[in-house]
Design a binder for this molecule. Structure first.
Ligand SMILES: *Cc1c(COP(=O)(O)O)cnc(C)c1O
Length: 308
């Protein structure tokens, strides 16, 4: 019980509470009525800022930056980006300067995420949405910086994400692994680390991102691995959080003491329930949902909208 899991050989890099990761069983009528089991891997618990999948994705970039003797690690993101928050904090603890290229003009009242990133020492460079599109332009201006793609997309991020499943007890007993998808980096890691009999399902948080499957396929070790992306649960688009979603997240919190985020994991849990009710999982299926963190982003909501 609670045996120290090999924390990826980099346990000493950052004092994260990896022992806090638990697998939470969800008990509900909509599951038992169909003989389904659902467990949630609580990656949100490792750290309040470097939370969830972001730590897994960023760690090998930090290592590589150090190995290449870069003194600055630079990356891209929006005002509420979990990736910006995690990179800033990880850089501070790890001892490397960070720069964030932020999409959009500098706001009069910066988001809590950006305030935190700044407090963690990240240098923020605000650029117009137009300029933001040309990532190569920034990279050419600062070739000595170690550059990380928006959202940590890439092989190096995937390599870290693949280690997520090493925290799952009895991994082989699961028939399905379900996770939220942004860039697809985490999902690619999960696919790479999944077992042959397991179905990996990604729930896209974006509306109609048709390039997603291909972006993921580029990161797979075994190119014939099968996976599926569901595009039906975006709730209006990336970052959109209609009242129905907020109410759902509050209900889940009250019923299961499971806090979800409005951009990714709330939509993913909702999708699992809908798919279960639609009979998409065979009776007897055992589903693992990855709680990929992101709770810091909930601070974009007005106070008291969420029950936690
Ligand atoms: C960033 C993020 C994702 C998406 O991860 P990708 O690797 O970009 O697909 C999912 N869930 C949460 C909570 C995130 O912060």
């Amino acid at each position: 019980l609670n045996e120290p899991k090999k924390f990826l050989g980099v346990a000493k890099m950052i004092p994260l509470d990896q022992y806090a990761i638990t697998t939470q069983n969800i008990s509900a009528d909509w599951l038992s009525a169909r003989q389904l089991q659902l467990d949630v891997l609580r990656l949100d618990k490792i750290h309040p800022v470097i939370s969830g999948n972001k730590w897994f994705k960023v760690k090998y970039y930090l290592q590589k930056a150090k190995a290449e003797r870069a003194t600055t690690l630079a990356t891209f993101g929006g005002a509420w980006s979990n990736h910006i928050a995690a990179t800033a904090h990880a850089g501070k603890v790890f001892g490397i300067s960070t720069v964030g290229i932020i999409r959009g003009e500098e706001p009069a009242n910066p988001s809590i995420t950006l305030q935190q990133a700044k407090a963690d020492g990240m240098q923020l460079m605000f650029v117009s949405r137009q300029a933001y599109r040309d990532k190569q332009h920034f990279i050419q201006q600062h070739p000595s910086w170690y550059w990380v793609n928006e959202g940590g997309y890439g092989q190096t991020g995937t390599q870290g994400a693949a280690e997520i499943l090493s925290f799952v007890d009895d991994l082989e007993t699961y028939t399905h692994i379900v996770a939220a998808v942004g860039t697809g980096t985490m999902l690619a890691g999960l696919i790479n680390a999944s077992l042959n009999h397991q179905q990996v399902i990604g729930i896209s948080s974006m509306k109609g991102n048709i390039d997603l499957e291909e972006s993921i396929r580029l990161l797979l070790v075994n190119k014939s691995s099968s996976f599926s992306i569901n595009h039906d649960f975006h709730f209006g688009g990336y970052g959109k959080h209609p009242t129905g979603l907020i109410e759902f997240i509050n209900a889940v919190y009250h019923q299961h003491a499971l806090p979800l985020d409005i951009v990714y994991t709330g939509k993913t849990f909702f999708a699992i329930k809908q798919l279960a009710e639609a009979g998409d999982f065979r009776p007897g299926s055992k589903i693992l949902m990855i709680h990929s963190g992101g709770l810091q982003g909930n601070k974009s909501l007005p106070a008291q909208l969420l029950a936690f």
